[in-house]
Write a protein that binds this ligand. Sequence first.
Ligand code: KG4
Ligand code: ZN
Length: 348
Amino acid sequence: MKILGIETSCDETGVAVYDPHGGILAEGLYSQLDLHARFGGVVPELASRDHVARLVPMVRDVLAEAGLELTGLDGIAYTAGPGLVGALMVGGSLATGLAMGLGKPVIPVHHMEAHLLAAMLEDDPPSFPFIALLVSGGHSLLVETRGLGEYAILGETLDDAAGEAFDKVARLLSLPYPGGPPLAALAERGDPDAFRFPRPMLRKGLNFSFSGLKTAVRLALERSVGNGGALSEQLRADVAASFQAAAVETLVVKCLRACAETGLDRLVIAGGVGANVRLRRQLRTRGEERGITVHYPRQSLCTDNGAMIALTGWRRRHEAADSTAIIARPRWPLDELQPPPASAPRLN
Ligand code: KG4
Ligand code: ZN
């Protein structure tokens, strides 16, 4: 089975060929970061147009790298949501058109389910059940994952997503977008205990809230500027380190609590914030103390990519659409997904 995966839900064009026996045979990724940078966020119309320009050549290149003709594919999976509707339509249209022309199945995939399964592309894949922490620029979710399509959302953010909090605080520190990586780099030179920023909702429950933390950072910066004019480099680093410590501690405590409350001892991290080194280190040590195994996909599988779409398409191949409708669902709650019917092959 060779499945082509197409990802165009936001500002990354991702294409990959996945084979359940051979793994990822070839992949391509183009990030539109530079295109949107001067606007401080993703401009939907520009994103769609750029997907149109990049997608067909990328599919061609990825197939060539895999040594395949279009006719060698067994199915085509695409991100059907959630995401920007125009951007989703680009991938959906190409996937559906190709599938019609080739007479192959086309499989619409849920983007967040794909993130949740991405760790299964690694050599040491987690098996069900597990707790998943999905932390990106748009989402912060804790999901009890019992099997394919068996998702219970245990916690989510009440305001900003984790990545959004990193981005907004980075902006306060005059760092470029997306702010997570430069903020983490600046934090390396700072003292995480210099400021005691709030850890909202730390003591109870599994939901997150990051906007109070961001406000506390803004006030601390305003106070410092008020006292002495320009911010010293050391003070900026201390603020970055103290913010990162607070955000990471919140995520770690909630993950461990979710494991304790469900009795699960496997934790899977996904999404761009999963690249954060302090988060990885703390989860590993504090998880291990409690007998919890932590799985991180490599960084390129944490962020948006075509391989996770192809993998999910393969696992959902029983749902191959027999209609020619292009599905694009900007909003699509993860817990609306269903497990495969009993007649479909069970996979772990
Ligand atoms: O999953 P992702 O690549 O894209 C979506 O949002 O869908 O996540 C991007 C987010 C951004 O907010 C970025 O600042 C954050 O992940 N991020 C990080 C790090 N690397 C990326 N946040 C904290 N530490 C990092 N090392
Ligand atoms: Zn994503």
